[in-house]
Design a protein around this ligand. Structure first.
Ligand code: ZN
Length: 169
């Protein structure tokens, strides 16, 4: 966490049991959404110690050093505003979110996988621009099937957030 507040978010669900801290920007919005900006408690304690964050809320548990003990922060807010991240992490969840959890060939919602629009065998790369959500049947029989929409693109964080309401019904 030296200088870059965005690099070290907790991504493995297992670690969420161990007192992660929600990191808010100076405007009290999460620093990032996908993944949600959660620090390991060690990073939160260190940031508080370095006076980079204010502690908004705490767990009931304490951590001890030889000379002191402090309550583990559960929510911290950055003292300095960090400009929101423009690029979205290329992850399974974010890709499905961009594609609204629908197959990009038939529009179905079942059994989603990934499909390389230009197959890897023909030099297609794994990127926002060349990977779409596809149901297994479409993926298997794709051949010359056309995408329902235009070229896939790399989304902005904001565009993923704005479409939040659409997905989880
Ligand atoms: Zn399909």
């Amino acid at each position: 966490m030296d200088g870059d507040f965005r690099a070290d978010f907790v991504r493995e669900p297992g670690k969420l049991r161990h007192h992660p801290a929600l990191v808010l920007n100076a405007d009290y919005r999460p620093l990032s959404y996908y993944p949600l900006s959660l620090w390991a408690w060690q990073d939160a304690v260190k940031a508080a110690w370095l006076d980079r964050v204010d502690i908004v809320a705490e767990y009931d548990e304490y951590v001890h050093s030889p000379s002191t003990r402090i309550r583990i922060p559960s929510v911290v807010v950055l003292k300095d505003f960090v400009r929101p991240q423009k690029r979205v992490a290329f992850t399974r969840f974010n890709l499905f979110l961009r594609d609204e959890f629908r197959c990009q060939y038939c529009g179905g919602r079942g059994d989603l996988t990934f499909d390389h629009v230009v197959p890897r065998a023909r030099g297609g790369i794994t990127s926002w621009e060349n990977v779409v959500a596809a149901c297994s049947p479409c993926n298997l029989k794709k051949g010359s099937r056309m995408l329902r929409r235009n070229r896939p693109v790399c989304p902005l964080c904001r565009s993923l957030r704005e479409s939040d309401n659409v997905h989880f019904r």
